[in-house]
Design a protein around this ligand. Structure first.
Ligand code: C2E
Ligand code: MG
Ligand code: MG
Ligand code: MG
Length: 274
């Protein structure tokens, strides 16, 4: 009967829930040791000026390869790291690793490219990220203007806490970028209150650019909004030549995506960088 079936559904549901919780607990446990066991590494996805096709910099993206489970997607482990607070120590590791890499490339005579680093809201709230980054810039002798911090709209929602920290970072010369622009729930008014330099148009808008009548004006409006606010506009997730040409036509400044290049290991990145 219906009651019996309800019970079965419940059991099915709770089995699935148990598996999810187990997996999460496992990932959390693994993540606690991932830094000391040297299971984390960074890959670098190049960014190109669309007008000239020159490389301008790269985004550092975190990777985790567990010895038994293999590679685990950041889409899965970053939210768990954020929830558990592990993102604070992992995020410190990411920042230092990215600066060490940049220093090494500069020492090898490569061009002074801009390194973009993703920052979670907890790093801004629970850590003196200003002092941390300032010290590392000195330690590795890196010009602040070569560093760009990518924040999401979650950070923008914590305006009272985030603005003073970002202002101090910005006054050092560090670039601040809004990631995944247009996908969050905050109002446009934050654009007035935050020290911003770059607007990253989310991949979801780029995806739809060539299919519809409506998407074209939407992405054009986002690009124009960025330009009117004196922000550099970067489109992410460019997968086709079509998208690239349209974005170029719409006067988007910089592009990033599989069509241009995938995220690369530091060895592979070195080969393609000027
Ligand atoms: P994100 O910052 O928006 O990074 C862009 C994501 O899109 C990356 O995924 C990148 O590999 C992927 N991507 C780039 N071009 C294309 C494309 O043409 N097509 C498709 N389908 N995907 C493309 P990834 O590396 O899996 O990272 C996912 C998210 O995890 C990032 O999104 C970022 O929010 C977060 N993340 C990654 N590394 C870090 C980190 O060091 N710290 C923090 N806090 N978050 C990180
Ligand atoms: Mg990003
Ligand atoms: Mg993004
Ligand atoms: Mg994204």
């Amino acid at each position: 009967g219906a009651k019996e079936q309800g019970k079965n559904n419940y059991q099915f549901y709770s089995n699935k829930m148990n598996k999810l919780i187990q997996r999460k607990t496992q990932i959390e446990k693994g993540l606690r040791n991932a830094i000391s066991k040297e299971e984390l590494y960074l890959v670098y996805q190049p960014q190109y000026q669309l007008r000239t096709k020159n490389m301008t910099g790269a985004e550092a993206l975190l990777r985790w390869k567990h010895p038994e489970w293999g590679p685990i997607s950041p889409a899965e482990f970053i939210p768990i790291a954020e929830e558990t607070g592990l993102i604070v120590s992992i995020g410190e590791w990411v920042i230092e690793e990215a600066l060490i890499q940049l220093r090494s490339w500069l020492d090898q005579g490569h061009f002074p490219m801009r390194m973009s680093i993703n920052i979670s809201v907890r790093q801004i709230r629970e850590q003196n990220i200003y002092r941390f980054i300032k010290k590392l810039l000195q330690k590795y002798n890196i010009p602040a203007k070569l560093i760009c911090l990518e924040i999401t709209e979650t950070v923008l929602q914590k305006r009272d806490e985030a603005v003073p920290v970002l202002q101090k970072l910005h006054s050092l010369g560090i670039c601040i970028s809004i990631d995944d622009f247009g996908t969050g729930f905050s109002s446009l008014s934050y654009l007035k209150h935050f020290p911003l330099d770059v607007l990253k148009v989310d991949k979801s808008f780029v995806d739809d650019i060539s299919n519809g009548q409506k998407d074209y004006p939407i992405i054009q409006s986002i690009i124009d909004l960025g330009k009117n606010l004196n922000l550099q506009v970067i489109a992410e997730g460019i997968e086709t030549e079509d998208q690239l040409l349209l974005l170029e036509k719409m006067d988007c400044d910089i592009g990033q995506g599989y069509y241009l290049n995938k995220p690369l290991s530091s060895d592979d990145f070195k080969i393609i960088m000027p």
